[in-house]
Write a protein that binds this ligand. Structure first.
Ligand code: ADP
Length: 338
């Protein structure tokens, strides 16, 4: 598809270059031609004036004779030279146009490839819970001795799969929404402590059952950002910190100001991330060492890619430091001012 588009674009570039070159050559030719005609005309005039015994100051004296054949030959030579120049320009610009068409189409090709990858990844992720649901329903339907209790239990499992599916589609929508957003969200000066306290409230239903304490330290700074997206960012990071931490552990949030940025650190004492996985955890659908996380439901590897996109929209930075078995710290830099 891209090859034929590239050839079409090359063709149009070539047409434009050829048109410009031909118009330019015609202008040059008509200019030279009119000069040659003027020359012929003046020569004719001089001959007539000399025949009548009149002086001819309008023509250089040293040129005594002009050969009309020479003028015709000059015209012919100029025409040939211009044709050759045009052919040269067309053949050189053919290759150049092909190269230029490739460069023009490359970002579009990358975008389409990225979209196809996204659709492929999303379909793959949707397939797993859908297959589990289908199998569970088929087995239940075939079971002639299904009791009400067993039916209830099966429905409970299916509901949990549906909830996972909902989380996945919600996250996919959120990611798409942030990928579409290009500088058209409202930024304002917001108190970091307000965002963090709100995020803590929103994930209390996850931290309370695990008896996890979230401690905040020096968070009274203003950041310049979008309230809703920053709230989503901290919910994602706190949700992960809770998800990957043992019961009764503590999550520490601290902040400091430096070089126009507010640096926020979210430190947990959870399972940590193996060093080899750290460079990839912000990639879409990436889950570090699946064997450690398979019993954690709603883990699709989308949270950190959403977090990264939010930080990119804020012209900030997000990094992770981690030691397996000791814990993980996410370091976020958000601009303090506009
Ligand atoms: P998920 O939904 O799987 O948590 P994320 O994109 O949020 O997806 O995270 C990607 C992966 O990074 C996770 O699967 C997990 O392996 C790892 N990870 C993220 N946060 C933490 C954390 N606080 N502690 C340990 N591992 C983490």
């Amino acid at each position: 598809m891209f090859h034929s588009a590239r050839l079409k674009l090359t063709f149009w570039y070539l047409i434009i270059i050829t048109l410009i070159s031909v118009i330019f050559s015609l202008v040059i030719f008509s200019g030279i031609n009119s000069e040659l005609s003027r020359f012929e005309h003046l020569h004719q005039l001089r001959i007539e004036r000399e025949e009548n015994g009149l002086p001819s100051p309008i023509f250089p004296r040293r040129i005594t004779y002009i050969d009309p054949d020479m003028i015709a030959e000059t015209r012919q030579r100029i025409t040939i030279v211009l044709i050759l120049i045009n052919l040269g320009i067309i053949s050189i610009s053919g290759g150049f146009s092909y190269f230029l068409a490739g460069r023009t189409l490359r970002p579009i090709q990358e975008m389409v490839d990225e979209q196809n990858r996204f659709i492929g990844d999303a379909s793959h992720e949707l397939r797993t819970p859908l297959t589990a649901l289908k199998t569970s329903m088929e087995v239940s339907l075939r079971n002639k001795n299904m009791t009400v209790d067993l039916a209830r239990e099966t429905l409970q499992d299916d509901l949990s799969e549906v909830n996972d599916l909902q989380t996945l589609t919600d996250n996919l929508l959120l990611l798409t929404q942030y990928q579409k957003t290009n500088g058209n969200i409202i930024f304002e000066s917001i108190m970091l402590s307000d965002i963090l306290n709100e995020a803590k409230k929103k994930i209390a239903h996850l931290s309370s059952p695990k008896n996890i304490k979230i401690v905040t330290n020096h968070i009274n700074y203003h950041v310049y950002g979008n309230l809703q997206s920053l709230l989503e960012l901290f919910i994602i990071l706190l949700d992960n910190a809770i998800k990957y931490s043992p019961n009764k552990s503590t999550i520490l949030i601290s902040a400091e100001k430096s070089d126009g940025f507010i640096t926020v650190k979210i430190k947990d004492k959870g399972i940590g991330i193996p060093e080899k996985d750290i460079p990839f955890i912000f990639d879409r659908f990436y889950r570090a060492d699946l064997s450690r996380t398979k019993n954690i439901s709603s883990s699709f590897g989308l949270g950190l890619s959403i977090a990264k996109r939010i930080i990119e929209l804020h012209n900030g930075r997000i990094d992770a430091e981690s030691k397996p078995g000791i814990g993980t710290t996410f370091i976020i830099q958000i601009p303090a001012k506009k």
